[in-house]
Design a binder for this molecule. Structure first.
Ligand SMILES: Nc1ncnc2c1ncn2[C@@H]1O[C@H](COP(=O)(O)OP(=O)(O)O)[C@@H](O)[C@H]1O
Ligand SMILES: [Mg+2]
Length: 280
């Protein structure tokens, strides 16, 4: 059986010649959670744009459920409808995604576009509002919401179309810890009911929580390594090389030694550490 997505030798450069992806080979299987990680500018958002048919590679091929697609495929109504109803994209910036006057309008927009009967669309919106705990925001104008509330509405706005695949760009950015925990639980809940979830992030803590498949993009825009969360997070050299963590000097017990920038990764404070740089 083919993977849900199969990418072969994908290359992508922007119109100004800026390279964003190089020689990407990747299979995403149905029901997986996949985290795409990499430093700023490594190509994460570009890869997500390609997966959801918003950008088309200059090189290589991409298939969805065994069917290779490109820009022309979207002129075919049948393919376009199948693809667009299966895949949902949650933008990093909720303001770029939300445009309806109220939260409720936002939630019913997708299903109405898919020509789902109004009554069903309304029912879905009520269900999704309960799930995301946003029922009290129903009639509020979206532009007046906090960034955490907007993120819930942005996710709600795609869930009402009941997609098979959720593609989420930087889900944690700009959110408080409570909303972050809520989102992590939501990702698990949605995955348990069978949804494939692909996220781009540079939050290693999220990658640790999700214990997902991980794709690491390098600053040269290719895949540096794939593995599971534990494989990747225990590979300190890889994380330093791909600029996902860095070392900085830190004072402890009167000594300066180097620390990794990501505080949640294991570290110890043994006496006479090799990397001590002297007493203050
Ligand atoms: N619209 C654009 N036009 C030109 N270059 C772009 C555009 N969007 C992104 N890039 C460039 O493409 C590369 C990959 O960007 P992006 O996919 O946004 O990375 P990431 O999401 O990992 O931060 C970067 O060098 C970035 O500057
Ligand atoms: Mg990005």
């Amino acid at each position: 059986m083919p993977g849900l997505f199969e990418l072969k030798n994908i290359g992508y450069s922007y119109i100004n010649g800026q390279p964003a992806l190089s020689d990407i080979n990747l299979v995403v299987n149905e029901g997986e959670i996949v985290s795409v990680i990499g430093s700023n500018g490594s190509g994460k958002s570009t890869l997500l744009n390609i997966l959801c048919g918003l950008a088309f590679p200059n090189k290589g091929t991409i298939s969805f459920k065994g069917e290779i697609f490109n820009e022309k495929s979207f002129k075919n109504d049948q393919f376009s409808r199948k693809f667009r109803s299966s895949i949902a994209y949650v933008f990093q910036n909720s303001d770029a995604q939300l445009f309806c006057p109220t939260v409720f309008d936002e939630l019913i927009f997708g299903p109405l576009q898919l020509e789902i009967p109004r009554e069903n669309a309304f029912h879905r919106a009520e269900e999704v509002m309960q799930m995301l705990n946003i029922t009290d925001l129903k009639d509020r104008p979206v532009y007046m919401l906090s960034s955490g509330e907007k993120k819930r509405v942005a996710i709600g706005a795609v869930l009402t179309s009941n997609p098979e695949v959720l593609i989420i760009d930087e889900p944690m950015s700009g959110l408080d810890p409570k909303t972050r925990s809520f989102l992590i639980e939501l990702i698990f809940t949605l995955n348990k009911v069978g949804k494939t979830i692909i996220i781009a992030t540079h939050h290693l803590e999220l990658v640790d929580h999700l214990q997902s498949g991980v794709v690491v993009l390098s600053e040269k825009h290719n895949i540096e390594k794939t593995g599971n969360s534990s494989d990747i997070l225990s590979d300190t050299d890889l994380l330093i090389k791909t600029n996902l963590i860095s070392e900085y000097p830190h004072r402890h017990d009167g000594k300066i030694h180097k620390h990794l920038s990501s505080g949640f990764l294991d570290h110890s404070h043994k006496k006479n550490q090799n990397n001590s740089q002297g007493t203050l």
